[in-house]
Design a protein around this ligand. Structure first.
Ligand code: NAP
Length: 330
């Protein structure tokens, strides 16, 4: 059986991605073979496909850290032909072992989660790492005492995949959410998700002083870099910033004053957990749960597998809105 996969090669010091014909013998070993139906495009997937940074650490490799599909072969007694499953997260799939940008994938059974009754593969990868990471950050804000009555919560990188879900979830829980974005054309989209106000990227703070006007009770930051410093300087007393991204930079400089004079907390979030390890927060994201996003179909849109490379080029060059889901057999 021959099928298509996108494979990243390292050639003469350069990374090159090519759509290639494969057989199962070309894929990494595993107990379960899945026919792919949907795969998501995260920021790190786009970096991998375009050869930016060091997301992939083994060559050649099929990128794509999330896939949903149907089991076609299984040597693991937990899974049978026809089971609807998803593979997402962890440190191997789509980074050190062949991932989801392939019409068939093969993985160890321990990496696989089931698509629950009432959901489908599109919703699973549509939410995926983006919504799960936002859900973990929202849960962390709640656990650190940022309740809706404390004041406004700002989300940076508003139109991005993760941020769109963070806005959706926070608004659904009754928070007054402010979305920060660099895209002036997307204010209606952000309000539709539940933002009560939309500000530009320069609206996170009122000035350059180490402590500025106290604007935010909480913040979810997906961009890092200089904007994270702006947030810290503009938090209310006891405010909490949950940070999990680096789209604006990997490092930043700040002062000690938000921490020692306003008791501001900076909470780091790493949510790169495989589905079988996601536990309670993942369950709360399913239909009926308090963290279930209400706008999956507005945030996510379909692109055919053949357009994946062009989409990744665009995401890295100029950014996109929401979250693309690759379709394999529609
Ligand atoms: N720690 C974890 O476990 C974890 C898990 C998932 C994702 N992440 C990280 O979270 C971040 C977001 O991921 P994603 O998949 O949601 O990415 P995404 O869809 O590309 O969204 C990122 C958003 O950030 C904003 N942005 C981009 N470049 C910027 C810049 N130079 N300065 C300021 N804002 C900028 C843009 O929003 P606007 O145009 O609306 O401003 C963009 O849409 C990434 O850094 C990713 O690596 C971490």
């Amino acid at each position: 059986m021959k099928f298509k996969a996108l494979r990243l090669y390292s050639e003469d010091g350069k990374r090159v991605c090519r759509m290639v014909d494969q057989t199962l013998a070309d894929l990494d070993p595993g107990d379960v073979v899945i026919r792919s139906q949907y795969a998501a495009v995260n920021y790190k997937d786009a970096r991998a496909v375009t050869g930016v940074g060091n997301v992939i650490s083994r060559f050649p490799c099929v990128p794509g850290v999330e896939v949903a599909g149907v089991v076609v072969e299984s040597a693991d007694p937990q899974f049978r032909q026809g089971d609807r499953v998803t593979v997402q997260g962890g440190r191997e799939f789509g980074m050190r072992r062949d991932g989801g940008y392939s019409e068939y994938v093969r993985v160890p059974g321990s990496w696989i989660g089931r698509v629950p009754q009432g959901s489908d593969g599109f919703d699973m990868v549509g939410m995926g790492l983006a919504a799960y990471t936002s859900a973990v950050a929202v849960d962390a804000l709640m656990k650190h005492g940022v309740t809706p009555d404390r004041g406004r919560v700002v989300v940076t990188g508003g139109t991005g995949g993760s941020s769109s879900f963070a806005i959706d979830m926070l608004a659904g829980l009754g928070y007054e959410v402010v979305a920060s974005t660099g895209k002036t054309s997307e204010h209606d989209y952000l309000k539709m998700l539940g933002a009560s106000d939309v500000i530009g990227r320069d609206g996170l703070t009122t000035g350059d002083k180490p402590l500025e006007e106290q604007l935010w009770a909480g913040a979810i930051d997906v961009v890092g870099g200089a904007p994270l410093d702006k947030l810290l300087r503009s938090m209310q007393k006891g405010g909490v910033v949950c940070a999990f991204g680096n789209a604006a930079g990997e490092s930043f400089t700040t002062s000690i004053y938000p921490f020692i004079l306003r008791s501001v907390s900076l909470v780091g979030v790493n949510a790169n957990h495989p589905v079988p390890e996601r536990g309670e927060v993942w369950q709360r994201m399913m239909p009926g749960g308090d963290l279930h996003p209400r706008h999956i179909q507005d945030i996510c849109y379909r692109i055919p597998f053949g357009q994946l490379q062009a989409h990744c080029d665009k995401l890295i060059a100029s950014g996109v809105r929401g979250r693309a889901v690759v379709t394999f057999d529609e």
